[in-house]
Design a protein around this ligand. Structure first.
Ligand code: AP5
Length: 221
């Protein structure tokens, strides 16, 4: 049985943090469209340069380019049993394309899990976020600090702030979320797939609710 899960929510709502925790619970890979785009940073192609410029402005990458990148990732072997999709789909056309893609792959969407947080919390979480550029682990200076300040617990790399986490870009990312991604909430509610999660709680308190929501959806089929 394939288990494709979507994690929906505003910037900083904890999609990446929870996806990493769900990997062990569900046994399927974490596929983040943002991570796929960031990994293209080293590619010296017009498309890769354009994508980095769009991300730096906090805008959305066009659907056609997004679909090409995500489709290629979904066709890799480790995604045969399913995946936790983080940050994709982000527009209604992307959601419609995902339906077609899953039909081709013989997959089924089990749930769209919406992580609800307030706009103030978006700012608090993103301003304190630190990431390890080497192994991509994500921390928060107060809520999820590394053992030694600014050093990754996993690989001892120096932690950095993401370049699109500066306040002006975060405002634009939130605006884009409200105008282009929030319509997916009704889209997935209408499809009977939406599960709303109170994500204003501690990281450890949220994961069991996500696991339970997914398991009940998978068991129901
Ligand atoms: P992307 O990387 O997907 O960014 P995002 O959606 O804005 O989400 P974030 O990564 O900022 O946050 P998150 O929800 O994963 O939170 P996290 O777990 O890190 O996309 C970046 C860009 O790529 C986009 O702007 C766009 O340009 C492009 N893009 C990507 N996908 C696209 C698509 N499909 N179509 C078009 N363009 C696309 O947590 C945040 C912080 O809070 C961390 O410090 C963490 O430690 C902390 N934290 C997490 N949970 C909690 C908690 N419960 N309590 C306290 N702190 C917490």
């Amino acid at each position: 049985m394939t288990t494709f899960i979507i994690l929906l929510g505003p910037p900083g709502s904890g999609k990446g943090t929870q996806a990493e925790r769900l990997v062990g619970e569900l046994g399927v890979p974490h596929i983040s469209s943002g991570d796929l785009f960031r990994a293209m940073k080293e590619q010296d192609t017009p498309l890769a340069r354009e994508i980095q410029a769009i991300m730096a402005r906090g805008e959305l990458v066009p659907d056609s380019a997004t679909l090409r990148v995500v489709e290629a990732r979904l066709q890799e072997d480790d995604a045969r049993a399913g995946a936790i999709l983080d940050g994709f789909p982000r527009t209604v056309p992307q959601a419609e394309a995902l339906d077609g893609l899953l039909a081709e792959l013989g997959g089924r969407l089990a749930a769209a899990l919406l992580l609800n947080i307030t706009e103030d919390e978006v700012v608090t979480r993103i301003s304190g976020r630190r990431v390890c550029p080497a192994c991509e682990r994500v921390y928060h200076v107060v809520y999820n600090p590394p053992a030694a300040a600014e050093v990754c617990d996993g690989c001892s790399g120096a932690l950095l702030q993401r370049s699109d986490d500066e306040p002006r870009v975060v405002c634009e990312r939130y605006r884009q979320y409200l105008s282009k991604t929030a319509p997916l909430i009704e889209h997935y509610r209408d499809a009977g797939l939406l599960v709303e999660i109170d994500a204003m709680r501690q990281i450890e308190a949220i994961t069991p609710d996500l696991v339970a929501a997914v398991r009940s959806r998978v068991d129901a089929h």
